[in-house]
Write a protein that binds this ligand. Structure first.
Ligand SMILES: [Cu+2]
Length: 177
């Protein structure tokens, strides 16, 4: 039989190990994703946009630092803002998802820009997307494709600009700038 002090030591070690596992799974579970979708694209269109509402229920501030999807050559983090009546997009390297707070992506605000679409995205499809967080690491999601009516004037605008829906809604500040 093990000596009493050794039993206590063993129990303590196992306890630490279990707590470490729990901490990790809590970190994964601390993000709640809602309202997520990828915009349907037209044949020949090379860029797409995805929107995800990320709620951080954990106690640790985190940052979204990258995203990937097999349907696109690359995925950029973008913010949009109005400048002299025109919508401008800007690439972001690090989007904050504060503890107890959220990162709310929406047309006209922060979004994921799918660059180099490999095929048109049709309503009803499910698109795998990986989000990379500075602390939580990589989390995999599956987003539905939703067909959203494009704003008027699409033909006159560059493809990327036409992706972002109505610019009349409330604009989201770019937190990184
Ligand atoms: Cu964009």
């Amino acid at each position: 039989m093990l000596s009493r002090p050794f039993q206590i030591l063993l129990a303590a070690l196992l306890g630490c190990f279990a707590m470490t596992l729990m901490a990790d799974s809590n970190r994964q579970d601390s993000f709640v994703f809602s309202g997520s979708y990828v915009r349907a694209s037209m044949p020949g269109q090379t860029v797409g946009a995805a929107y995800i509402h990320i709620h951080n229920r954990g106690a640790t501030d985190d940052y979204l630092i990258a995203a990937h999807s097999p349907v696109a050559a690359s995925v950029d983090l973008h913010s949009s803002h109005m400048q002299q009546g025109m919508a401008h997009m800007q690439r972001e390297s690090r989007l904050p998802v504060p503890a107890g707070g959220q990162l709310d992506m929406k047309p006209g605000g922060i979004h994921l820009m799918l660059q180099g679409l490999k095929h048109p995205l049709k309503e009803g499809e499910q698109i795998p997307v990986q989000l990379v967080f500075e602390k939580a690491g990589t989390l995999a999601l599956t987003l539905p494709v939703r067909s959203v009516l494009s704003p008027s004037g699409q033909g006159a605008m560059p493809e990327g600009m036409s992706m972002h829906g109505s610019m009349n809604g409330p604009m989201q500040e770019s937190p990184a700038h």
